[in-house]
Each structure stands twice: as structure tokens, then as C-alpha cells.
Write a protein that binds this ligand. Structure first.
Ligand code: NAP
Length: 181
């Protein structure tokens, strides 16, 4: 059993969604936001990521400089560069171990935080343990796809960090930090 107060490292959620909380079509993202990809890389570098097997499949390779912890129900699934786990509790344990090991090895680029990297199934399991969300809000008109869980808006203090107007190839989007009150 996971007790939030006993977590060794805080869990941050990182997500991009549209006005209807759509995060993807089940296989991929629906938009291409090069600036957001850079921001995600910068925010997560040196941290363990916890992702679902479908999100792993959609990325198709391990993201360098980070632990790629993949949740699956399968006991036989494996992939090069993935740390495979079958429970969320095990995902957190592996993330803590990875942080400790890499700090011991004097890798001072390690961040003592864990990222909930998606998709929706993983957000559903892990969101209750997060006090922080790094959120990208994308103006993209669809109600069809995989949805981020509903948030109780009054529980979160929201800070808008940046706003980017649409260009020819990139939809309007903004970066937000949500902090649990
Ligand atoms: N916009 C964003 O920020 C963002 C971020 C990440 C992903 N995405 C998008 O989200 C979509 C994928 O999301 P999704 O919700 O369909 O899939 P997902 O959460 O990436 O993966 C679901 C899979 O994870 C495993 N899993 C989930 N909960 C588990 C548990 N409690 N214990 C063990 N295994 C568990 C299962 O794998 P098995 O089937 O192998 O058992 C399940 O099928 C894609 O379109 C992707 O592009 C968007």
C-alpha cells in the first residue's frame, strides 16, 4: 500500500491536454509542439519517468538521461531500456532505487523527483499522490480521444507560466503549474 506522506521522493505529473482534457488518440499525441517537447525534456532530465506500456509503445525508445519505468500487466513483456513493473507501488520503489543509485554514483544531475508521464491509465492510478502538475494547455478542437482524469479545480492553485500564440504549424498553447492547495 502506498501512503502519500511516506513517499521518499515527490511525484510530479506532466501532461499536455486540450480544453476537453484530451491527451492523445490512444496511439499518439494529436499535435506537434516542438517547444513543449523541449520543455518536457528540460523538466524531466535526471528523473525517473513512470509511464504506461501504451505510452512506451508510442514513444518507441527509452528517453535518455531518465529512468524509463513502464507499467504493464504482462509478466513477460520487455524492451531494451525499459524498467518493467507490474504494480504502481513497484514503479515507485524502482524510481526511488534509481534515484539513490545514481546519486551514489555522483551523478549530480539527478533530480529527487519522480514524473508521472502518462498516459491516462497511469494518471488515473498516480494522480492522488501528486501535489504538482506541469500542464500544457493546447487549443485543439476535439472531444474524441484519451482523456486526462477530471480534476477538482478548487483543490489546485494554478499559475500560468507562458503563453504561445498559434503559428502556421503549431497550435496556441500555454504552460501552467498546478500546485495542490
Ligand atoms: N499529452 C500527453 O501529455 C500524453 C502523455 C502520455 C501519453 N499520452 C497519450 O496517451 C495515450 C496512451 O494512454 P492510455 O491511457 O491509452 O495508455 P497508457 O496509460 O500509456 O498505458 C496503458 C497500459 O499500461 C498498463 N497499465 C496501466 N495501469 C496499470 C496497472 N495499474 N498495473 C499494471 N499495468 C498497468 C497496461 O499495459 P498492458 O496492456 O501491457 O498490460 C495498460 O494497457 C497515447 O495516445 C499517448 O500518445 C499523452
Amino acid at each position: 500500500m502506498i501512503i502519500k506522506e511516506n513517499l521518499k521522493n515527490p511525484i510530479f505529473c506532466i501532461v499536455a491536454m486540450n480544453e476537453n482534457r484530451i491527451i492523445g488518440d490512444g496511439k499518439n499525441l494529436l499535435w506537434y509542439l516542438p517547444g513543449d517537447l523541449k520543455r518536457v525534456k528540460k523538466l524531466t532530465m535526471g528523473s525517473p519517468l513512470i509511464m504506461g506500456r501504451k505510452t512506451w509503445d508510442s514513444i518507441g525508445r527509452p528517453l535518455p538521461g531518465r529512468a524509463n519505468i513502464v507499467l504493464t500487466n504482462s509478466v513477460s513483456w520487455s524492451a531494451d531500456g525499459a524498467i518493467v513493473v507490474n504494480t504502481f507501488e513497484d514503479a515507485i520503489n524502482k524510481a526511488d532505487e534509481w534515484i539513490n543509485l545514481n546519486i551514489l554514483n555522483n551523478q549530480n544531475l539527478i533530480q529527487k523527483k519522480i514524473f508521472l508521464f502518462g498516459g491516462a491509465e497511469i494518471y488515473k492510478v498516480g494522480l492522488e499522490y501528486c501535489d504538482n502538475i506541469e500542464m500544457t494547455k493546447v487549443k485543439f478542437d476535439t472531444d474524441i480521444g484519451i482523456k486526462f482524469p477530471e480534476l477538482n479545480e478548487s483543490e489546485w492553485k494554478k499559475t500560468k507560466l507562458e503563453h504561445h500564440l498559434a503559428t502556421i504549424n503549431v497550435p496556441e498553447h500555454s504552460y501552467w503549474h498546478y500546485r495542490r492547495k
